[in-house]
Design a protein around this ligand. Sequence first.
Ligand code: URP
Ligand code: ZN
Ligand code: ZN
Length: 476
Amino acid sequence: MVTFDTIIRGGTVATATDTFACDVGISGGRIAALGENLGDAAEIVDATGRLVLPGGIDSHVHLAQPSAPGIVMADDFASGTRAAAFGGNTMVLPFAMQQKGQSLREVVTQYHAKADGQCYVDVSFHLIIADATDRVLGQELPALVADGYTSFKVFMTYEGLALSDLEMLNVMSVARDTGALVMVHAENYDAIRFLTDRLERAGNTAPKYHATSRPIPVEREATHRAISLSEIVDVPIMIVHVSNREAMEEIRRAQARGLKIYGETCPQYLVLTEKDLDGLNMEGAKYVCSPPPRDTASQAACWEGLQYGVFSLFSSDHCPFRYNDPQGKLAPKGRTSFRWVPNGIPGVETRLPILFSEGVGKGRITLNDFVALTSTNHAKTYGLYPKKGTIEVGADADIAIWDPQRQVTISQALMHGGCDYTPYEGIAVTGWPVSTMVRGKFVVRDGELVGKVGAGQYVAREKSPLATPVGREMGV
Ligand code: URP
Ligand code: ZN
Ligand code: ZN
């Protein structure tokens, strides 16, 4: 008698806490049983010698997001989620970005139209608040949080996106009232403008000066300020894409004081440095992202943040622009300064192999830490757990099967997204996701795309359990 739709047999299962040899029985898209001798199934998948892990959840990606006029992001929802699946991910959380004057509800409708029927893996949206009007704060945000858009990002820099401290306080206050989680891009806008103007006046316009225009104090100061604002409001926040020791130490100190300040870092801060921006001609533009990659001491600090739990999330901040493309990195005609290079680099397909190889393979983190940092903590942080982010009975069968021994040299030829380069070209890794299954159905199987576009679904989220204010826990 057939008892399951699928059994994944003979693999080693790892969760955020445990590693065990075990078969996985799947029925109706969910994990139905864990154990040995599970019986029969319509399909048996042999996972001998493989790791069976919760599918990666990349909670920081940008897809089909408008940039400056004439510039187009390299990934739409189809290509971005396809790349995600090949990279061992079963869910991504892109942003629905408001532009000044737009209604947030209208923004959400637009992003659903971009995503619906286009995804290979599951998706859910964070909101980006660019225009914190009374209507947005008083009506739209509370209604959207109630509808499952339970996290929003605010920017302390970027033309058209940067919020003032007062606006940040107002957004944080709505988050406190509604139980949403605020993600903060912490860089000091005025300092960047001052340094950018000064560099340009001196004729220093090559891509490498992007990094010079946003040195570590720019990020440290904003991180400190964001933490102070959140303390004033008494609301937890997530500081995203942390790049260096000083910002990491700000978060660590806040955590030690009992504040609910969470941190995220990304592959670019572990394996790239500022020197990568100093390519021949304009090649450095391929590495322009914010905050910029720093130096090897900063890389070590980011590892420390991952090892000691200062950072609970490891995300890609996938934000791809093509290089050899009139709508890509070098699009702004006649504008040769780094100021005009769109910020962001691709990474959704390479995030997991890089952390697996550099982290687990080199003994910096355990396999269970890897699962926590790339999947389980994302689900817990953003209101998806235990439906997503773990291998346990009742959870969605979102699973990545890994060959822990496979040696791969990362190269653009292996990538499946819409970008025309990878900033991680030439990095040798050991360990590769070979198959990815979303809700019990393979999207990628033994390195081949077998899933259909549109199989990925939108997932409305619960409120984050991490978003409860400290004061409220004490009855205030
Ligand atoms: O340079 C970056 N990180 N671009 C993506 C947008 C953001 O700030 O996350
Ligand atoms: Zn950002
Ligand atoms: Zn981002």
